[in-house]
Design a protein around this ligand. Structure first.
Ligand code: ADP
Length: 226
């Protein structure tokens, strides 16, 4: 097995509030991993530490042979642009941009020329079920449509790892299923590793494996009973 990304004994506190107490997690390359657990247990903090958004107080984060937590802010941000994609609970599309420009954003930030970036972004719309909506603003889309656009934005640059934090949390169950079908379908096709934070069992059911975060630590589901 090849490990794509790993947290080793990661500790992180927000001021005096401990969020991660010693979190260990290794995600295999190409794996779709669900990170479950109750609200406030540290799931998002773990995702942010793995993605180099937060720097642990102690412990290590590894990606592709690199100690992510030792990189400068600038190099972590370059790493996020080149290798990671993100989808959050509320799509967080840029309202001033058209939908196709939103999808193209990671490519533009990565230095792809505008025409080429828009061409590649447009290629997503049919499979998103959003044909003809390229020029709309995000305010003119339903919640499910906007989240599919956010998903395309997270995957357009073919990241090695996609971090998804409650990607269906704001959607009804049918729309949530469509988003998950798309997310997992594209990830498997592209060989993308997925770290999926969710507290919903029906979302976690899409994953190859589940871990549970409890009180700032990662536990395997089969250890819960003990
Ligand atoms: P989860 O994603 O499992 O709901 P979080 O990682 O968001 O949990 O939060 C873990 C702990 O850290 C909680 O006690 C939460 O209240 C606290 N926390 C999270 N974000 C912040 C923040 N920005 N400022 C202060 N405390 C925070």
């Amino acid at each position: 097995m090849t490990v794509a990304i790993e947290a080793r004994e990661v500790v992180f506190s927000f001021g005096r509030t401990p969020a991660l107490r010693s979190a260990n997690l290794a995600v295999e390359a190409g794996e779709v991993l669900a990170v479950m657990g109750p609200s406030g247990s540290g799931k998002s903090t773990l995702l942010h530490c793995l993605a180099g958004i937060l720097v642990p107080d102690s412990g290590e984060v590894w990606f592709d042979g690199t100690r992510v937590d030792k990189l400068s802010e600038e190099r972590r941000s370059a790493l996020r642009r080149s290798s990671f994609g993100f989808v959050f609970q509320f799509g967080q599309l840029v309202p001033e941009l058209t939908v196709v420009e939103n999808v193209a954003l990671p490519l533009l930030l990565g230095g792809v020329k505008r025409a080429e970036a828009l061409r590649r972004a447009s290629g997503w719309f049919a499979r998103l079920g959003l044909d003809g909506m390229e020029q709309r603003r995000s305010g003119e889309l339903s919640g499910g449509q906007a989240q599919r656009v956010a998903l395309a934005r997270g995957l357009v640059a073919e990241p090695r790892v996609l971090f998804a934090d409650e990607p269906t949390g704001a959607l009804d169950s049918l729309t949530g299923e469509q988003v998950m079908d798309l997310l997992v379908g594209v990830a498997r096709e592209q060989g993308t590793t997925v770290v999926l934070v969710t507290h919903e069992a029906r979302v976690a059911a899409y994953a190859d494996r589940e871990v549970i975060v409890r009180d700032g630590r990662v536990i395997a589901p089969d250890r819960i009973a003990s």
